[in-house]
Write a protein that binds this ligand. Structure first.
Ligand SMILES: CSC[C@@H](O)[C@@H](O)C(=O)COP(=O)(O)O
Length: 358
């Protein structure tokens, strides 16, 4: 396998060979160690998502889908009614692990809808159907990422400088990724780009994951601290910003990793196009605006101690640690989905890109 293909086809989430477990690549160990973890219980799945061992909006949706298929396979329920009741409770529990990325609840809802669609099927038939549905969700994400990569690549030219924030590459998705997809696909076709990866405080997804993926893929990548985005734009090194998304509201307001909105504000100031890339499963038509998106708040220790040999602040210092922010739709040049490039006014154009929800 070529080095580039090793990156684009990384096995980040899959159903275990026993079909009753989920195997994930533990993203918290990267870039130093490649460790696969087998998850067998609802609690282990919850913890893996909550602690970001598996992360990235599409990847956590796929993990939940495989997780529910695996838990269904283990079921000892004496009746279909009991089987459904337990699985729906497990689904609610998994969805509660992270609130912002819509893909998690979307995938779980799609799995549970299957239960309601076939109340007369026996448990063993339903177990097989759930496994098939999880595999379909994964395959669709592979196809969507590939299509997003093609559409995104049509916006790039040889030699372009691209700034990205957080990680929306193969680890966070399926295969090529969303924000990194056009870069990886273009590289596969012999094009050269220069990518600037924001380190993405406090959890450093940009340093640990994006710079890792791009470096391994042979892309010219430069790691910068988040507060250096302005200077690289001012230097004229950035032609476009490409970022992923965790939830896109009906008016185009977009939740993504904390710091994304600051990048968009800078890009507007410097006249640089700012693109959001994501599958239509990340568009939440039930969410009118960004103000309706619930923002996850995480442990202050992620800021003060997590990656440091010694604490970086006094223990009693108050910290505010929102994991996401919302970029106003007015700052977004286009939203690139598998169905094409969606341009403003989003409240008119996005509805045609909405996924048909099962
Ligand atoms: C294709 S992944 C898009 C987003 O999920 C990504 O940019 C992001 O914000 C991920 O946040 P994380 O908290 O690491 O799961």
């Amino acid at each position: 396998m070529s080095v580039l293909r090793e990156v684009t086809h990384i096995d980040n989430v899959r159903l275990g060979d026993d079909r009753a477990s989920v195997v994930i690549l533990d993203q918290t160990q990267l870039p130093n160690r490649t460790v696969y973890v087998t998850l067998r219980t609802a609690e282990a799945l919850y913890q893996a998502i909550f602690t970001l061992q598996v992360r990235g909006a599409p990847a956590i949706g796929i993990c939940a889908a495989y997780g529910l298929a695996a838990l269904a396979r283990q079921s000892t329920a004496g009746s279909r009614a009991e089987f459904d009741r337990v699985l729906k409770a497990q689904s609610d529990y998994l969805v509660s692990s992270r609130p912002t990325a819509v893909n998690l609840s979307w995938a779980a809802r799609r799995m549970c809808a299957l239960l309601d669609a076939h109340p007369d099927w026996p448990v063993d038939r339903m177990q097989d159907a759930l496994e098939q549905e999880a595999r379909a969700i994964h395959q669709e994400d592979i196809d969507m990422c590939r299509a997003i990569s093609e559409h995104g690549l049509s916006l790039l030219r040889e030699g372009d400088g691209i700034l990205t924030h957080c990680n929306a590459g193969p680890l966070a998705t399926s295969r090529y990724g969303t924000a990194l997809g056009p870069i990886l696909l273009g590289t596969e076709r012999g094009m050269r780009f220069r990518v600037f990866a924001d380190e993405t405080r406090p959890l450093l997804q940009g340093a640990r994951l994006t710079a890792y993926e791009l470096q391994k893929a042979g892309v010219d990548v430069t790691l910068i601290c988040d507060n250096m985005a302005s200077i690289v734009m001012k230097n004229g090194w950035i032609n476009a910003c490409f970022v992923g998304c965790d939830r896109v509201a009906a008016n185009g307001d977009t939740a993504n990793k904390i710091g994304t909105s600051g990048v968009a504000i800078l890009a507007k100031y410097y006249g640089i196009p700012f693109y959001v890339l994501g599958p239509t499963s990340t568009i939440d038509g039930n969410c009118p605006t960004g103000a309706d998106i619930r923002i996850e708040e995480r442990d202050p220790e992620e800021i003060k101690t997590k990656f440091y040999a010694e604490p970086m602040a006094l223990p009693e210092v108050t910290c505010y640690n929102p994991a996401f922010d919302v970029t106003d739709h007015s700052l977004i040049t286009a939203i690139i989905t598998e169905k094409g490039i969606c341009r403003p006014p989003y409240s008119e154009t996005l509805p045609t890109f909405f996924r048909e929800r099962k």
